[in-house]
Design a protein around this ligand. Structure first.
Ligand SMILES: [Zn+2]
Ligand SMILES: [Zn+2]
Length: 397
């Protein structure tokens, strides 16, 4: 008896809603496979944009704005006094040669969907398709966002002001091979790190290597700077807030003292207070050191992606409604990669799901590698999950 009940429970929950699944499964697999075969790099998603726009029109969504190579579509609700809700999927690919050997492998040499954004676009399209079948009170914006990999796409949509000033909620998700299919991470607070990159130029004076006093060697000064950067980690950093030097360039030949050494690297943080301290200490390195001039330049990447407390219970219910309670899992380890959905989370109540995409028993294949391929079973899960998050927000917030 227990077995029958368990089988029924798993079947009902894991197969989601059978009524929507069969036709939609085929439609969404085709949609995903097309995008996967024809990947485009960040800010060059012209054909992707056209394909998504045509597909949206085919299912009856015509309120569509183009923003650069992104799209923002709107499904109207019945009550215009309510705050709208949004879903965001990213659409760009990476400069990686695919090696998956699937029939829908990329036909573009050196470009592939190695971060799963083909699946994310499909989730957003699938959710839109599911929401069309629902009587919704709120307007729902569906965002297909360019250039996530460059961390510029979200900001370009925000700056373009195509979205309302206030939203009740915005949802997005990423495939995550560290979790199995059927698992979804439920984590309140910081879920992706802020990222900054920096460069440090140390200017000395070139001279013959045999007469160092006629010049000013920037290489020993660079060693001092590296020690200072490491000291920042010791003083204020920890495992989830740190600064790392990744590049060093200086000198051309053994007998010439160079006039300049340049360093660059990254800062990753999950805590904004520690981040500010790291940035402050890095800026303080600017100035004269052992008579050489040290210049520091910091460029902002994505901010911390923060899952809002306001949406914690909606997100939990959306996972349970989609897959059952046992699918909700804790974040296994802090995610130090950045995600430009963080920009949305700075201005709207936001929630970001991490959706498991590894088939139980299959080897772990990381994102951004030639073999990465999220399993097609994740497609209906993500589409239903995002649609359910919107429906629950519409009903409860
Ligand atoms: Zn990526
Ligand atoms: Zn990604």
């Amino acid at each position: 008896m227990l077995q029958i009940v368990l089988f029924y429970y798993l079947k009902v929950n894991f197969n989601l809603n059978q009524a929507n699944s069969d036709a939609l499964r085929v439609q969404l697999n085709n949609f995903r496979n097309h995008l996967h075969m024809h990947p485009e790099l960040s800010n060059q998603e012209f054909k992707t944009q056209e394909f998504i726009e045509t597909s949206l029109k085919e299912i009856g969504i015509t309120n569509i704005n183009r923003v650069g190579t992104s799209l923002v579509a709107c499904v109207k609700g019945s009550d215009s006094s309510r705050l709208p809700i949004a879903i965001r999927g990213d659409i760009d690919a990476l400069p990686i040669q695919e090696n998956t050997n699937v029939v829908f492998e990329s036909v573009v040499p050196g470009v592939m969907h190695a971060c799963g954004h083909d699946v994310h676009s499909t989730w957003a399209f699938g959710a839109a398709s599911l929401l069309l079948q629902q009587p919704l009170k709120s307007d729902v914006y569906i965002i297909f966002q360019q250039a996530e990999e460059l961390a510029t796409g979200a900001l370009s949509i925000i700056n373009n002001k195509v979205l309302p000033k206030h939203l009740n909620a915005i949802f997005s998700a990423h495939v995550d091979p560290r979790y199995n299919i059927g698992e979804v991470v439920h984590h309140e607070g910081a879920i992706s790190a802020a990222s900054h990159h920096f460069s440090i130029n140390i200017n000395g004076k070139t001279a013959h290597a045999a007469r160092p006093k006629e010049g000013l060697n920037p290489i020993p000064v660079a060693a001092q700077v590296i020690a200072e950067v490491n000291k920042i980690n010791k003083d204020v950093g920890n495992n989830t807030n740190f600064i790392t030097i990744t590049q060093i360039n200086g000198g051309v030949q053994h007998n010439i003292i160079p006039d300049c050494v340049s360093l660059s690297g990254t800062i990753r943080c999950l805590d904004s207070l520690i981040q500010d301290q790291i940035l402050m200490q890095l800026v303080a390195l600017k100035g004269e050191l052992s008579h050489a001039q040290v210049n520091v330049e910091i460029n902002d990447g994505s901010p911390i992606l923060h899952n809002s407390t306001l949406l914690k219970s909606i997100a939990k219910s959306a996972i349970e409604k989609t897959l059952g309670g046992s699918s909700k899992v804790d974040l296994k380890m802090p995610n130090m990669a950045s995600e430009d959905f963080g920009y949305f989370s700075q201005i709207y109540p936001a929630w970001y799901f991490r959706i498991g995409c590894t088939k139980t028993g299959s080897p772990f294949i990381p994102v951004h590698t030639p073999e990465f391929l999220p399993h097609e079973d994740t497609i209906l899960i993500g589409a239903n999950l995002l649609a359910n998050a919107v429906i629950l927000t519409d009903q409860n917030l």
